[in-house]
Design a protein around this ligand. Sequence first.
Ligand code: ADP
Ligand code: MG
Length: 238
Amino acid sequence: MADVILQDVRKSFGAVDVIKGVDIDIKDGEFCVFVGPSGCGKSTLLRMIAGLEDISGGALSIGGRVVNDITPKERGVGMVFQSYAIFPHMTVRENIAFGLTISGTSKAAKDAKVQEAARILQMEHLLDRRPSQLSGGQRQRVAIGRAIVRKPNVFLFDEPLSNLDAALRMDMRMEIGKLHRQLGATMIYVTHDQVEAMTLADKIVVLKEGRVMQMGAPMDLYHNPENLFVAGFLGAPS
Ligand code: ADP
Ligand code: MG
């Protein structure tokens, strides 16, 4: 089970409060999307869940365990970033295998895991290519492959499609939806794209200036926004 629960989570950088006490409850296997304007704290929240950023206050638990002081590796999360974060001098195979840093894993076992990740992403025929020989969508799939290969219980995506053109974004959005159905993992996905949020999410969390404005099923927020901000961001035209 990999529920992700944030209770009164806070974050300050120096004297600046960036996350001002958020409560978010994400169920095992749920696809949860964080939306909100630039600078509202989406990446900071994701980085705290990943363990890449300390938590200034409150409690974060994953799978029933408080992980505030647990290292990123032990949290069982995999993160896919906006920038592809793949290495140009390595092949696809090597880039995906980079997600497996565990020493003591035999080469054969590593190869099998990479093969499995490539199969899920339908990239088996591309394993020996270098990133320069791939399209933008294929490169982003390599970055996802690097997360998949570790079999995390929770996937974190930080605007993974924002560098892609509109057509490719639509394809990749469908692939990510498929991946979620296939793996059944908990996914937390940051975007500022309303369409992405509406189509992918089981649950949407609307953020503004480090606070949760509303949280709920996409259609619920669309038809019953609790305030003008949510209405303006996601609501039905009135
Ligand atoms: P978003 O991802 O929603 O665009 P961020 O989480 O990146 O927003 O940033 C939220 C706020 O926190 C911004 O005002 C940003 O300038 C600030 N911030 C983020 N990281 C740092 C940091 N390492 N040091 C100081 N301020 C930061
Ligand atoms: Mg961000």
